[in-house]
Design a protein around this ligand. Structure first.
Ligand SMILES: [Mn+2]
Length: 334
């Protein structure tokens, strides 16, 4: 008698890291996870992160999932918990590593489903990845983590500072900065960003990755031209300065909007025509004592968008027709 063979279940053997694609902390986190565990990488930005996670839900081969350096907002946190709960029921091992402000209730709910959470708002994600998995990493991972701390303005924190101390400060600064320009300038080139993840996972220094310094030089020249545009187009409200960016990215202009305006809060936003939204970047000066991420999160949600982040650096996605209202209400809350 021939045996009845059940429809074969897909083999559960896939290791996947979902990480933030927009800065060195996200790229470096993915690189260290790759060095420690192998597997594949999916890089996401904030507007695309939930769609990317929804795709994972359908992939029955995933055995182990790492999620790095993507903060949650009021808009997506419940959906995030539901998705991870579903994956946990399917026996996916999940580790969530991050340093953005995170609702305590969400932490409790994730812990209840036995998602492993590594979360410290005082150290960048890569430093936390290094700290958690250093037994599986080579010495070069310390350099990658120190560079990530620099880009996230967190090289003065206890663990970040200790890692940076190992290296010559100027060497780490130029390596981190050149990499950052390459990441920012390749946001539409996913293959290149994944290539950077591979190169860092293989313990390459920035200057050993071909053309990184040449590319950074081009980006620096672009930034210099943004300065004059910011001077022409920045508008001021009582508590903030803002500018609509037309040709570069919003995050490239926002520090100039803040610095050149003399205000304590700077806002730069760029339209994403296909999605009917504005991608908004927000920065606070040293004198700004408010937690901007905590203000922007509920405000953006109330306008049908989403947002959040750190105290002095955060972002939002705002529906196109609500941008004026966002600026007005944000100014009122400051
Ligand atoms: Mn980060």
């Amino acid at each position: 008698m021939p045996e009845v063979i059940n429809a074969q279940k897909p083999k559960k053997d896939r290791i996947l890291c979902v990480s933030h694609k927009e800065d060195l902390d996200g790229i470096s986190s993915a690189a260290l996870i790759k060095q420690a565990f192998g597997g594949d990488t999916t890089l996401v930005d904030y507007p695309g992160m939930m769609d990317a996670l929804a795709k994972i839900k359908a992939d029955e081969r995933i055995k182990t999932l790492f999620i790095c350096d993507v903060g949650l907002s009021q808009k997506n946190q419940d959906e995030f918990v539901e998705l991870l709960t579903y994956l946990r029921k399917n026996k996916v091992k999940i580790t969530y590593i991050d340093h953005h402000d995170l609702d305590n209730k969400i932490i409790k709910r994730l812990e209840k489903t036995k998602v492993k959470i590594i979360h410290d708002i005082n150290e960048c994600t890569t430093v936390q990845v290094y700290d958690a998995f250093k037994s599986k990493l080579d010495d070069h991972a310390q350099f990658v983590a120190a560079c990530a701390a620099i880009t996230d303005y967190m090289e003065d924190r206890p663990k970040g500072a200790k890692l940076l101390q190992i290296f010559d400060r100027q060497f780490a600064l130029i390596s981190a900065t050149v990499l950052t320009f390459n990441i920012v300038g390749h946001q539409k080139d996913s293959d290149y960003l994944l290539y950077l993840v591979d190169e860092l996972a293989e313990s390459k220094y920035t200057h050993e990755i071909p053309n990184t310094f040449e590319f950074a030089q081009l980006q620096v020249a672009k930034l210099a031209s943004i300065i004059s545009k910011v001077k022409e187009s920045t508008k001021k409200m009582k508590n903030l300065a803002y500018m609509e960016v037309l040709d570069s990215g919003a995050s490239g202009a926002v520090n100039f909007v803040l610095g050149l305006s003399g205000k304590d809060v700077g806002v730069a936003y760029k339209e994403r025509v296909e999605q009917g939204i504005y991608a908004v970047s927000i920065r606070g000066s040293k004198a700004c004592k408010l937690h901007l991420g905590k203000i922007v999160n509920p405000l953006a949600t109330s306008l049908g968008g989403s947002g959040g982040g750190h105290d002095k650096a955060c972002g939002a996605v705002i529906p196109k027709d609500k941008m004026k209202k966002f600026l007005k209400e944000f100014n009122a809350k400051l």
